[in-house]
Design a protein around this ligand. Structure first.
Ligand code: SF4
Length: 162
């Protein structure tokens, strides 16, 4: 998997101060996407053990609430195995930090992937220009949901953070 960048602390990609990993690769190609440079899975640089170590070092800081994995799409088929490993490692090493994951796929279509086992919050769905709403918290269009993954075993539980 390639990644575009790692942010050491951000307030705009989920609740609280967060480390953010921007993955390369997205096949959704939503009209109006602001991150088209992330579509190419070969953009950016390879994600290696060195980057995983960096994420762990950044997560140690007490003011950091967790990590957000976005893109691109972390669940682009070529990213799924690596993102599964990243989320597993982080959840095992930092059980009190939360993991947010953004994907253009519908949650119901990806919920059984390894990465979702360790994800606390999934923001799902394509960006839809006609449903764009700048007042929404942590998402661009009103079809996208902020899902409480660990409490969505039987039915999808959506968080209202607006
Ligand atoms: S899923 Fe995200 S990165 Fe991919 S095209 Fe849609 S808005 Fe852009």
């Amino acid at each position: 998997m390639n990644y575009i960048k790692i942010e050491s602390s951000s307030l705009s990609n989920g609740v609280g101060w967060r480390v953010v990993l921007w993955c390369a690769g997205c096949e959704n190609h939503c009209e109006g996407c602001h991150n088209q440079e992330t579509w190419d899975p070969n953009a950016g640089k390879p994600f290696t053990e060195k980057e995983l170590h960096l994420l762990c070092k950044l997560l140690v800081y007490p003011y950091i609430q967790g990590i957000t994995i976005t893109g691109g799409d972390p669940l682009f088929p070529g990213n799924r195995e690596e993102v599964g490993k990243i989320t597993k490692t982080i959840k095992e090493l930092f059980p009190t930090k939360d993991i947010w994951l953004y994907t253009g796929y519908k949650y119901e279509d990806v919920k059984d992937l390894e990465a979702l086992k360790y994800t606390d919050v999934c923001v799902d769905g394509r960006f839809v220009q006609e449903l764009r709403d700048v007042s929404l918290a942590f998402r661009g269009s009103s079809n996208q949901r902020i899902i409480d993954v660990q409490n969505s075993k039987d039915e999808v539980k959506v968080l209202d953070l607006d």
